[in-house]
Ligand binder design. Structure first.
Ligand code: SF4
Length: 703
């Protein structure tokens, strides 16, 4: 009888495309699942080549330790590695208090790992110092959604609903390159006659398919959203009944957007007044309209307010909760959604509970079997925890789980310096990432298809990524390592079985905003995933939210008046252009995995900076030249490519590389006051040909 392929999911982004892996023939064959609802047989280049990660020659298969800071990493036994960790954590806490040990997680961790990592920090270490790299990804959208809707689920409706919308406003998102299989839903809509409006400083592949492309100055999306609402109000296109019946706070917003008349918004954003008016009319007059946002609108020092402005627009048009309409934000990382629900955030307990809420604390302490008094209070957010290293009260020893912070954090040169000030760093990962290279102990852990665990995709659908192959000898799962270390630290109740951990997670989440109590591995298998909230086994799950009301205390959605802020940094004589950053089709996040896949590395093997031909000419650069990008935080060297579709005052660089090509050396760590999101998407930059800049050449030559 032929072996049955294992149904599982892609290791990368939030679409979590369904795939099948067949390891029966000696090698691993990967095919898409034709019937999985989000990809329906589609995969992007990353998904098609993901099996190359299994059995990769650079795979870590033994723990590594460093005898002294300056010594090279050497192989060690698991016992030696874990004993070193225990000794270092205990020493740091004895000398400097419990918060001297920090934990830093990732948005790619399964729900079970994210949950168990948060429990490990609070129960085994009793530290408040835990946060994760999703702070750099979705936190502004989460903050605005919580504030307005009372809950944070990226898409409050199934992805397939996109095909039914008549007009889509897509702000700061490029799904044609970041989620290619999802484009079938967008294309289906356009084939039916739907019109898409894309807001992006670059003419991306998503923008080229749109009816209308608005190219604002980076960091001015908030003014644009307020300008669209200004037109909607002036032209009497509001949904007055919806505003009256289902929302609060509109009058303050009405007053605030009075100042955003279209010609003023044109002066702020650079978007022509006529296009602003046309976009507002298209959106407001559609039978079914949707507004989608993503990191382009969110990764700013006022990202929460920018998302809020888009939510205000959606509420004024009466979209959220109506069939095939609404506001949504498109998650990026594989488990960006679930990873922010179950307790690896500094202020959060499982089920999206607040760590400083007495009732939430009591509930979770009961599930964990600990004294309420032993549960730490909220700690510092991701960048703040890293930035405090080397200062009084900062962490002295840290565990980084599956995150490459010296590539993905903002202002990475400073972060690398901070990491160097730690007394002890342990990194668990599948490959020797740039962050792992700095560690005192490296733990080789299992990857996606080598272990089972749940992920929550961009729609809030909880899915099961099943084990399809055995991990190489010497490799252990993160859950196994967490259980072992917890035991060595004297803590009880840490299972290494993913299904057992999920059952505990679902109990801990019961009654919370992200309630998984009714979800089980068996149900996920039978139903192709289950949408949360799902409070009981008999509950069908919640595919579409807000149809009746909103989960706020008054059951209404809340408007909040917001104003376009002054940017954290503006171009000037020394740094005359805008720098914006983003993802490429053939790379993923910090590139730890995708830079090691031959086909992807061949197609996108180095960072290339895009600049408009006019800008290129003014600085004497042609496609293929090496250029130096310089900001107040540092310099990087990249190859140039001229692109007529980008704004002439803006350059775009991808963030998938470390070292001398790491664009996050340039980005600015000014944090959003609500979400603590750094301002990745805009800062002021100087551009010059590498061979014309002696000062820059000297700097770069040190790499
Ligand atoms: Fe994987 Fe995302 Fe590509 Fe799908 S779209 S194959 S989940 S990287």
């Amino acid at each position: 009888m032929a072996a049955v392929p294992t149904k599982t999911h892609c290791p990368y982004c939030s679409l979590q495309c369904g795939i099948e892996l067949d390891a029966s023939g000696g090698s691993v064959a990967l095919t898409p699942q034709d019937d999985f609802p989000t990809n329906r047989g589609g995969l992007c280049a990353k998904g098609w080549t993901a099996a190359e990660l299994l059995g990769h020659p650079e795979r870590l298969t033994t723990p590594l330790v460093r005898d002294r800071r300056e010594s090279p990493l050497r192989s060690a036994t698991w016992n030696e590695a874990l004993e070193r960790i225990v000794a270092a954590f205990q020493l740091a806490q004895q000398q400097h208090g419990r918060d001297a040990v920090g934990c830093f997680g990732g948005g790619g961790l399964t729900n079970e790992k994210a949950y168990q990592f948060g429990k490990f920090a609070r129960v085994a270490l009793r530290t408040s110092a835990i946060d994760y790299n999703g702070r750099f990804c979705m936190s502004s959208a989460a903050a605005a959604s919580n504030r307005s809707f009372g809950i944070d689920r990226g898409l409050p409706f199934p992805l397939a609903d996109v095909a039914h919308a008549d007009v889509l406003l897509i702000v700061g998102s490029n799904p044609a390159e970041t989620l290619p299989p999802a484009m079938q839903f967008f294309d289906e809509g356009r084939a039916r006659g739907a019109k898409h409006i894309v807001v992006d400083p670059r003419r991306t592949p998503t923008a080229t398919r749109a009816e209308l492309h608005l190219q604002p100055v980076p960091g001015t999306d908030l003014a644009l959203a307020n300008g669209l609402l200004n037109v909607v109000i002036r032209e009497g296109l509001l949904d007055g009944d919806y505003i009256a019946d289902r929302t609060t706070g509109f009058e303050a917003v009405r007053r605030a957007v009075r100042l955003y008349w279209p010609d003023r918004v044109e002066r702020i954003t650079g978007v022509p007044e006529n296009d602003i008016v046309a976009a507002a009319r298209m959106l407001a007059k559609a039978d079914r309209a949707m507004i989608l946002s993503a990191r382009g609108a969110e990764q700013h020092s006022r990202g929460t307010d920018t998302v809020q402005a888009l939510i205000n627009l959606a509420l004024a048009l009466g979209l959220p909760g109506r069939e095939y309409q609404g506001f949504a934000t498109i998650t990026g990382q594989g488990n960006g959604q679930g990873g922010r629900e179950h307790g690896q955030k500094c202020d959060q307990l499982p089920g999206y509970r607040k760590l400083d809420d007495p009732a939430a604390r009591a509930h979770v302490a009961r599930v964990w079997g600990i004294d309420l008094a032993d549960l730490p209070m909220p700690g510092r957010s991701a960048y703040e925890m890293l930035d405090a290293i080397g200062t009084p009260g900062g962490v002295r020893a840290m565990w980084v789980m599956a995150s490459n912070i010296v590539v993905s954090a903002p202002n990475t040169r400073r972060i690398a310096q901070k990491i160097g000030q730690l007394d002890f760093l342990v990194v668990s990962d599948t490959f020797l990432s740039e962050t792992a290279e700095l560690a005192d102990v490296v733990l080789p852990t299992a990857q996606w298809a080598e272990e089972s665990g749940t992920m929550t995709n961009l729609e809030g659908r909880v899915i099961l990524r099943r084990k399809a192959v055995d991990a190489p000898g010497g490799v252990r799962s993160d859950l196994d390592v967490l259980a072992d270390l917890a035991k060595r630290l004297g803590a009880q109740g840490f299972s290494s079985d993913s299904e057992e951990v999920f059952d505990e997670l679902s109990r801990a989440s019961a009654g919370g905003k992200a309630d998984y109590r009714g979800i089980s591995y068996a149900r996920i298998t039978k139903e192709q995933g289950v949408f949360w909230p799902c409070p009981s086994p008999s509950y069908p799950g919640t595919a579409r939210m807000f149809t009746e009301d909103f989960p706020t205390p008054d059951r209404r959605a809340h408007f909040h008046a917001v104003d376009q802020p002054a940017p954290a940094e503006l171009p000037d004589d020394e740094f005359p252009y805008y720098l914006t950053t983003g993802r490429l089709l053939r790379q993923y996040q910090s590139g730890t995995q995708t830079r090691r896949v031959a086909q992807l590395a061949k197609a996108a093997g180095e960072p290339v900076v895009e600049l408009h031909p006019t800008l290129a000419q003014s600085v004497g650069v042609r496609t293929g030249d090496k250029v130096v990008l310089r900001t107040r935080r540092g310099e990087v060297v990249m190859t140039a490519r001229t692109e007529s579709g980008i704004r002439p005052d803006t350059v775009f660089a991808p963030f998938h590389w470390g070292g001398a090509g790491s664009v996050n050396r340039l980005t600015i760590p000014t944090l959003d006051p609500h979400s603590r999101m750094p301002s990745f998407k805009v800062c002021a930059v100087a551009v010059a040909r590498a061979d014309t800049t002696d000062l820059m050449k000297g700097e770069v030559a040190h790499e």
